[in-house]
Design a protein around this ligand. Structure first.
Ligand SMILES: [Zn+2]
Ligand SMILES: [Zn+2]
Length: 188
């Protein structure tokens, strides 16, 4: 079942069970609101997630549809699920959030949309570089343009201006100064 925003009508048909507003989910965050018709033989229910409803950009009013059996089995029909099925729009919002926290910008999906295997355009604000990576790589491992990757593989560096200022102040370089820096910089 897709994570789609459902419209809940308060006057919708209630049942004994739904009137007790039972709670489900690992954090009791899912409250059953009402009966939502049938899919083949299975009854469907509206549920509201107290966690997902706090993120309206992603989940609207946080109302989802599930079956009683799935709820009893502990399955979460919302973004709380360990493997939520996301729409293209939801995935793009998540990628945008992850990337912008790290100084990158999500520039859109490249090619056909293939869920987490979709290639994503990324722009590095630091290096002005465009590159691309799959959505799953960005979500699980974070990401870095090749220049950021090079810098992080060298470990945190003291900025050149800091090294120069330190030298001017104390007349010596910091003890961890790497003297091969200029050689590396011109060869790269
Ligand atoms: Zn949720
Ligand atoms: Zn970069």
């Amino acid at each position: 079942m897709n994570i789609s925003q459902e419209t809940f009508d308060e006057n919708y048909h209630q049942e004994h069970w739904t009137l007790t507003a039972p709670l489900f989910g690992r954090q009791n965050q899912l409250k059953v609101l009402g009966f939502n018709g049938r899919f083949q033989k299975e009854k469907l229910y509206f549920v509201k997630c107290a966690i997902c409803s706090c993120d309206p950009d992603l989940y609207g009013d946080g109302i989802f549809t599930s079956t009683k059996a799935n709820l009893v089995a502990g399955k979460e029909p919302c973004g709380c699920s360990p493997s939520p099925k996301r729409t293209e729009k939801q995935l793009s919002i998540i990628l945008d959030r992850i990337l912008s926290l790290k100084g990158y910008r999500f520039t859109g999906f490249n090619g056909d949309y293939k869920k987490k295997s979709t290639r994503c355009g990324v722009y590095c604000e630091t290096h002005g570089q465009n590159y691309n990576n799959t959505a799953s790589m960005i979500i699980s491992l974070g990401t870095a343009c090749k220049f950021c990757g090079y810098e992080s593989s060298k470990g945190p560096r003291v900025a050149d201006s800091e090294v120069i200022n330190s030298f001017l102040r104390s007349g010596s370089f910091p003890i961890d100064t790497v003297f091969t820096r200029s050689v590396e910089d011109t060869s790269g």
